[in-house]
Design a protein around this ligand. Structure first.
Ligand SMILES: Cc1ncc(COP(=O)(O)O)c(C=O)c1O
Length: 395
């Protein structure tokens, strides 16, 4: 594997740093900061306290719950605030499985986030569960027929969990079709909507899922807040025990400022979602066409059609992804080599491997994700930087 050749200083004079890693975490919007600030600086209320200040904190939490529930077409009472997407996925997988161990069997996919897969592994190790990983195709999509087959082979399965959109390759899964199959088999269905929520329309009602996870920091709320939606009537065993907050589903004083920030971010993002998604998808497709034209060896990974709007992911044959990242960083362009969630990982991405990408090619993975603040001129700058970094390295 050859390092990329960097021929000249790359940062254009006067250019600012371009953040192309919104799949790892989007910046907190000033409006969101303004909304949450009083709950950090002035309001010291604990939402469980009976006095006026405590009641104000509780009202703020309930406002956020109603706001997020409305965006998801879910019942506010079905939302549990968590510390983020990882905890929401742990609570979904372990909580539902331990409350309803029927069959002792989870059906999921090989391309799930580690918080899903490691929760399944925990259930295998300590509670005797087994896990079926249904395969994905070359663009990372699950064929609902493979879930139907797994359900036929295991009609007593405990839970089906398929993420709505993949963080590394942006592929959007046919979750409504999968949940319909699970429902017909009488098996609850969970989806990890961490990457999808705020990027594409996400409705619990339309997806037909029994449980759904999301995370605040992917859509402009602060880090450290998330939600698990659990449909009424489906019990999930709590993982954190204590004072019985969140209806007993998740003990611990709520992160009031974070929760208000999530409510404010959702309130801000929802009305413009369709318009933003269309704009981002158009810019994404133009960028993909441009990269393919200028760097014919570059390979887009993931589904070119069923794909998150502000998401592209690439493999560059013969070059290490890490060195492309370093080159782009030197050019003032920040992105990632697939997933920010597996910090320090050096082995090729299991997601790409599950899609049949050879190990060597998988280690050249680079992910570029952005929001509407990144315009056409910015993306043109990214293409130029990639050409400079890779032009000499690709065959
Ligand atoms: C698909 C997916 N699920 C779960 C998570 C974990 O969310 P959090 O960072 O809030 O723990 C992430 C984080 O990137 C993700 O992309």
């Amino acid at each position: 594997m050859r390092p990329p050749v960097v021929s000249a200083p790359l940062i254009p004079p006067g250019a600012s740093v371009l953040f192309l890693d919104t799949a790892a975490g989007a910046p907190v919007h000033p409006e969101v900061l303004r909304a949450l600030w009083p709950y950090l600086a002035e309001e010291q209320g604990n939402p469980s306290s009976v006095h006026t200040t405590g009641r104000r904190a509780r009202e703020a939490v309930e406002w956020a719950r109603a706001t997020v529930a409305a965006a998801l077409e879910a019942r506010p009472a079905d939302l549990v605030f968590t510390s983020g997407g990882t905890e929401a996925n742990n609570l979904a997988i372990k909580g539902i499985a331990l409350a309803r161990p029927r069959g002792g069997h989870i059906i999921t996919t090989a391309v799930e986030h580690p918080s899903v897969l490691e929760s399944c592994r925990y259930l295998e190790r300590f509670h005797g569960f087994r896990t079926t990983l249904v395969p994905v195709d070359a663009v990372g999509r699950v064929d609902p027929a493979t879930v139907a087959l797994a359900l036929r082979e295991s009609p007593e399965a405990t839970l089906v969990s398929v993420g709505l959109a993949n963080n590394e390759v942006g592929t959007v899964q046919p979750v409504a079709a999968i949940s319909a199959l699970a429902r017909a088999a009488g098996v609850p269905c969970h989806t990890d909507a961490v990457q999808a929520f705020g990027a594409i329309p996400v409705s619990v009602r339309e997806l037909g899922v029994d449980a759904l996870s999301l995370s605040g920091h992917k859509l402009g709320a602060p880090q450290g807040v998330g939600v698990l939606v659990v449909r009424r009537g489906l019990h999930s065993e709590p993982l954190i025990h204590g004072g019985g907050q969140e209806g007993g589903a998740r003990s611990g004083t709520q992160n009031v400022a974070g929760i208000v920030g999530l409510g404010a971010a959702v309130q801000r993002a929802t009305p413009t979602l369709a318009e933003r998604a269309a704009l981002l998808a158009a810019r994404r497709d133009a960028f993909i066409a441009d990269v393919r034209q200028r760097l014919p060896d570059a390979r887009l990974t993931g589904d070119p059609v069923n794909r998150l709007p502000g998401h592209t992911s690439w493999c560059f044959p013969g070059v290490s992804g890490e060195s492309v990242l370093v080159g782009l960083d030197a050019a003032g362009i920040e992105c990632s080599s697939g997933s920010a969630c597996a910090a320090g990982r050096t082995d090729p991405s299991p997601v790409l491997r599950a899609m049949g990408v050879p190990a060597e090619l998988a280690s050249s993975a680079v992910r570029l994700t952005w929001n509407e603040s990144v315009g056409e001129a910015d993306l043109a700058r990214v293409v130029e930087a990639l050409v400079k970094i890779l032009g000499f390295s690709l065959r």
